[in-house]
Ligand binder design. Structure first.
Ligand SMILES: C[S@@+](CC[C@H](N)C(=O)[O-])C[C@H]1O[C@@H](n2cnc3c(N)ncnc32)[C@H](O)[C@@H]1O
Length: 221
């Protein structure tokens, strides 16, 4: 397998995956507090039309986070890593849930977007990437810092993440030929990173536009 894409609810999709079959999770869930960023205009909408009524992608309610984390833990092989993008509010929900389902929580990694964004009360410049571990796995490069500076993606898919940022995480926690999954793939940025590093990739998203975009990007590599 090189890459595969699916279009299901993330938790249902994970339930269909064999236990202990995945080498790495890198994902960016549509966490509930994104609604707040959306209200103050810090995130873009899906470009389905040119009108102002463009829709926003579905949000995953906090009450589903335990089911999500528990499935991620089940599908990961022993001695693997799991990276989850989130903001400071969701971090406080996710950490204890991750620990409850069996992960060791190492630390939040900071993604420094290098330029301030919209909003107020200290304008947003960073996001967290929660670093969890199942069993014990050594990072491939012990010299990488916990603040990673990569400019945000402009005019991309809403909340699109930089490919080079994802490459750091994938290189740190997998070897060539291992399988990386993303249950909320959006534009497929983590898939591009995985394939460019010769890893296998399986992405999923409920949104048809996201799957179309990811498929186009990955087929062009
Ligand atoms: C934060 S975005 C991911 C952005 C992606 N990391 C990128 O770089 O483009 C979250 C994605 O989750 C999808 N989504 C929302 N609810 C979902 C669900 N229940 N299952 C799977 N995907 C879902 C949305 O359509 C959206 O594309």
């Amino acid at each position: 397998m090189n890459f595969r894409l699916s279009q299901y609810d993330a938790i249902s999709w994970l339930k269909s995956i064999e236990s202990e079959s995945v080498d790495l999770v890198v994902t960016d869930p549509p966490y509930e507090s994104l609604e707040k960023h959306r209200k103050i205009g810090t995130t873009t909408r899906l470009k389905q039309s040119k009108s102002s009524s463009n829709v926003w992608f579905e949000i995953l309610p906090n009450e589903r986070l335990e089911a999500l984390m528990s499935e991620l833990y089940r599908v990961l092989k022993k001695n693997t890593h799991c990276y989850i993008f989130c903001d400071q509010e969701t971090m406080f929900y996710l950490k204890p849930i991750g620990e409850k389902v069996g992960f060791k929580f190492w630390k939040p990694i900071v993604w420094d977007k290098q330029r301030i964004g919209m909003g107020y009360h200290y304008r947003a410049r960073y996001e967290f990437i929660l670093f969890f571990e199942k069993g014990k796995r050594k990072l491939n490069n012990l010299g990488i810092p916990d603040v990673l500076g990569y400019p945000r993606v402009h005019r991309g898919y809403p909340t699109e993440k930089p490919v080079d940022l994802a490459k750091v995480l994938i290189e740190q926690s997998t070897s060539e030929g291992e399988l990386v999954i993303d249950p909320f793939c959006g534009s497929g940025a983590f898939g591009v990173a995985a394939l460019e590093l010769d890893r296998d990739y399986w992405g999923n998203d409920t949104n048809a536009e996201a799957i179309k975009l990811t498929s186009t990007r990955l087929n062009q590599l």
